[in-house]
Design a protein around this ligand. Structure first.
Ligand code: FO1
Length: 312
């Protein structure tokens, strides 16, 4: 069986760990969000690809959900001692090594997809991890603060500002000319089913769907999504701030409508959202909180079973 999944960071990675556990013999291709990528200190950082890679590879800081386990921060402290900005983004020493390898390979001319494959040789995530695109494509956020109306990089809004300044809009800079990375459209064409984890519907899944060609390739497929919203609040993260910015309510119903019934065939919601309904979409209610690995595997199992049933 071949499963394709789209994924952002922490929620997507934990869901994928559950998917891999519940269906260990399946071939799973993960199309990762690279809209969060940022260049810092001359190094290319790909937070969502790394979160998936470390989580599935056993190297993640489990409590934090991102970055490396047993991390130290000597380089960060040394950079701060030189007064080098930004100091609001926490790169650890072990994590720095990943960004150094990636940046060296980019400098040598390798595309991000091949670099990600090379990094995964070490981590053996048990899935094929592909960036959504090899092209540079970054999410910027239009905000208005005491410095006026301006666009900041997504990470500045997310990490430094903690989404406290309302986003007026998001712009995926480079999206118009971006192409899906090699292997992305082929994997989708070969997929038996497609699963959308409970990742951020705007700046993770929504970003991947903006890469020209990806959404269209998914339309004829059986796609099951797991709602990232439970009872009017995000399962984790600040998805509500992102949804509000694009004029969408923070409800499982509104996110389903945002994705659209042309894309979604099955929609998994929490018990309290059992009333969610949309023509041509099979809605299933069940436990949706990923308390631990078993819970994540259970949710992934339900999503996969629904997808397999709908694909029949
Ligand atoms: O809240 C934070 N999130 C950090 N994240 C998470 C990241 O900003 C976001 O959660 C994702 O981009 C959203 O999916 C990191 C992820 C990495 O791979 C590497 C470094 C960081 C650093 C931070 C950080 O300092 N603060």
């Amino acid at each position: 069986m071949h499963i394709v999944s789209l994924a952002g960071g922490i929620g997507g990675a934990r869901f994928l760990r559950g998917l891999r556990a519940t269906e260990p013999d399946a071939s799973i291709t993960v199309i990762g969000n690279t809209g969060d990528d940022i260049t810092l200190f001359g190094l290319r950082v790909c937070p969502d690809l790394d979160t998936v890679m470390y989580t599935l590879g056993g190297g993640i800081d489990e409590e934090q959900g991102w970055g490396r386990a047993k991390e130290t921060h000597v380089v960060k402290e040394e950079l701060a001692a030189y007064g080098v900005e930004p100091q609001w983004f926490g790169l650890g020493d072990r994590d720095f090594a990943t960004h150094i390898v990636r940046s060296q390979m980019l400098e040598a001319g390798y595309p991000l997809s091949q670099i990600t494959q090379a990094l995964c040789t070490r981590w053996q995530p048990g899935v094929r991890l592909l960036p959504m695109t090899d092209d540079r494509c970054e999410t910027h956020v239009v905000i208005e603060d005491e410095r006026g109306k301006r666009a900041v990089h997504f990470q500045e809004w997310w990490v430094r500002l903690r989404a406290s300044v309302p986003a007026q809009s998001f712009a995926l800079v480079g999206a118009d000319t971006a192409k899906p990375a090699p292997g992305v459209l082929e994997a989708v064409a070969q997929a038996d089913v497609v699963i959308l984890p409970p990742s951020n519907p705007v700046v993770s899944i929504g970003t991947i769907l903006q890469v020209p060609g990806i959404r269209d390739a998914l339309l004829p497929k059986t796609v099951v999504g797991v709602s990232p919203i439970i009872g009017g609040a995000p399962v984790r993260g600040m998805a509500d701030a992102c949804l509000t910015a694009i004029g969408v309510e923070t409800t499982a119903q509104a996110v389903l409508e945002l994705y659209g019934s042309d894309l979604i065939d099955g929609w998994l919601v929490a018990e309290e959202d059992h009333a969610v309904a949309l023509d041509d979409v099979r809605v299933l209610a069940g436990p949706l909180l990923m308390h631990d690995r078993d819970a994540a595997a259970g949710i992934a199992r339900t999503a996969l079973d629904l997808a397999l049933e709908l694909a029949r």
